[in-house]
Design a protein around this ligand. Sequence first.
Ligand code: CO
Length: 470
Amino acid sequence: MAEQVKKPLKITETVLRDAHQSLIATRMSTEQMLPIVDKMDKVGYHAVECWGGATFDASLRFLKEDPWERLRKLRDGFKNTKLQMLFRGQNILGYNHYADDVVEYFVQKSIANGIDIIRIFDCFNDLRNLQTAVKAANKEKGHVQIALSYTLGDAYTLEYWTGMAKKIEEMGADSLCIKDMAGLLVPYEATKLVKALKAGTKLPIEMHTHYTSGVASMTYLKSVEAGADIIDTAMSPFAMGTSQPATEVMVETFRGTEYDTGLDQNLLAEIADYFRPMQEEALKTGLLNPKVMGVNIKTLLYQVPGGMLSNLVSQLKEAHAEDKYYQVLEEIPRVRKDFGEPPLVTPSSQIVGTQAVLNVLQGERYKMVTKESKKVLSGEFGETVKPFNKEIQKKCIGNTKPITCRPADLIKPQLAEYEKEIAQWKQQDEDVLSYALFPQVATEFFKYRQAQQEKVDVTSADTTNKAYPV
Ligand code: CO
């Protein structure tokens, strides 16, 4: 009997990044993560995604934590596991384009503080917006994974995806990720896509999807059968809904097959036990809305990511216009077409969503145009797969000449200026990067940090002086 050829599937665990970003507004703190790190380190994950995306902003803004300190602590704890981050190309972890010197320094410091794998993407799939980050990561000897933002539309054919994969390989990526942030990739389409990518490139292929539309675990099954090498999953208490398929379920699915991950289900169960009370607590406080745990088929009907749908509901609520929900849902694909049919992912999802809301509420399309929409139509976010709607472009930006070069070519170096601005707060090299991305939020954090330190100093001074009452 011929021996079965083993192609063990690799697992990237997302519970410390995407899972809590998708389900509980990125509110998991370092303190909540550290006690389980030792056990997670024994699992044998391909990688643990634990940094980047919205975690950086949320740490500074809501948790009053230094994100760099979190990274160093996780690095200390994970002795055998690769750490992965999500990086938005020229947007880094923010929402604008930054100068090349900021991008390069951010990559350098991410790797120096413990990141092994950098997953880099651009919301328009404009590869020019990835160049600087990719080169910097290559230089620092990090593993460069380029992610293609998956979406649907006339332009997004198998030829488009394989063409992009070839370019990515030439750019110096070590692996390729299909990043399906909205859960739009259905199982049999995944078969076709992965087969085409496998035929078109030698790069390992990682699948990233969300359970929003309910098909994610089937999509993984078909992807793995078609040759995908790695899948992104989340420990069950923070899985499914708008998060990833559950790690334990996918491990069990492939047990005893040629794709057997070899991961220990008992160890995974202990890790799930650790996270479950956290999930229950989040349900109790309302941080975790049971609504996001269900299947949202509208995401497939309107091709709108789950996160965008919930933003939409709250925007309309604020404007007392909840009855306009379906009108806005129909307007989103039209705005997306006007804007060259880009994928809807941070920040393009917010830009298109907000403009669609304005178009409906104003009763006239593009009567009011956001600053960001103007930036898109001026080419400041890069090139979209299809041309912009010329008429709309003219209406929104008038006679301004759109740019066609790589947007960052027009941004002067920024670091030296930022260094000056934060001199009084600086406690570590990395502070300038926090400030470059989120000037206000970082400054508030620096003030908070200093106040905390002064408090500690006062307390310790009090103890020393106890014997000398004044
Ligand atoms: Co994701």
